[in-house]
Write a protein that binds this ligand. Structure first.
Ligand SMILES: Nc1ncnc2c1ncn2[C@@H]1O[C@H](COP(=O)(O)OP(=O)(O)OP(=O)(O)O)[C@@H](O)[C@H]1O
Ligand SMILES: [Mg+2]
Length: 243
């Protein structure tokens, strides 16, 4: 197996409280503290940790959907090692065609003013990859694969249940057929059979996944989860473990 992604010593700090004298921000919380891991092609990696331990933050930081404070991220694409931290905005956008995230919170990630058809199809339009009937066909196909039906497409995201919204978010993330998906807690929303998603060591439509799971809900992951005891008042660092 060849390497797909290498993440080295990634750290994410969030500013907290008000900026101090002269507008300088002085207080930070370190949500991710020097995490390193690799993902091989054909492999799903599970990321396990308590609530608040930095799983979502790490997943977003790996895609630079959130700017890491420091660290290296190297992604292998078309036989080239791409330094994700060194990309400018356009370069990053181009890579996001191949690296996508299924967000944990579909309430905030879906635009309430767009129909489901537009939400799912937008990445194809933005990347000029389909239009007209070809666009419609791809949206319908992906919606159905994710357990939605055609009648749902003209409705707005607020008119769906939490699980259905997650399916919408999944369809949107997968419509470009990304090579690599950060899948943050959305596994339970997928209809069982046709989307036998993230089985240990299996892939999903050929995509590779960084799968974020909660230790309480992930039996498979719990077996691999090696926790370190830490001070009770501090969230434990998210553990990275292979399935
Ligand atoms: N925008 C932000 N500003 C300040 N602190 C933040 C921000 N986002 C997250 N945090 C803090 O960073 C830490 C990690 O949050 P994160 O959402 O990554 O946790 P998580 O492991 O995904 O939790 P959960 O299992 O509940 O989804 C938490 O302590 C959280 O309060
Ligand atoms: Mg989270």
């Amino acid at each position: 197996m060849s390497r797909l992604l290498k993440v080295t010593d990634i750290k994410v700090d969030f500013p907290i409280g008000k900026a101090g004298f002269f507008g300088r921000q002085t207080a930070y919380v370190r949500a991710v503290d020097g995490v390193s891991f690799e993902i091989q092609r054909g492999e799903t990696l599970g990321l396990v940790g308590e609530s608040g331990s930095g799983k979502t933050t790490l997943g977003r930081a790996v895609l630079r959907a959130l700017e890491p404070t420091s660290g290296q991220i190297v992604y292998e694409h078309n036989d080239t090692s791409v330094d994700i931290m060194g990309l400018d905005r356009n370069g990053l956008r181009a890579m996001w065609r191949h690296m996508q995230m299924i967000f944990q919170d579909p309430y905030s990630s879906l635009n309430p003013r767009m129909t489901v058809r537009d939400v799912i199809g937008e990445p194809l339009i933005a990347n000029k990859m389909a239009k007209g009937s070809a666009l419609n066909d791809r949206v319908v196909d992906m919606a159905q694969r994710c357990g939605l039906n055609v009648a749902h497409l003209s409705r707005f995201p607020h008119a769906f249940s939490g699980g259905q919204r997650q399916r919408i978010a999944i369809a949107r993330a997968l419509i470009l057929h990304p090579e690599f998906v950060v899948c943050d807690g959305a596994v339970s929303a997928l209809p069982g059979r046709q989307f036998a998603l993230p089985q240990p060591g299996r892939d999903f439509h050929g995509q590779r996944l960084l799968r974020v799971v909660h230790s309480t809900s992930a039996k498979a992951a719990a077996r691999f989860c090696r926790r370190r005891a830490g001070p009770a008042c501090r969230p434990m660092p998210a553990r990275v473990c292979r399935f």
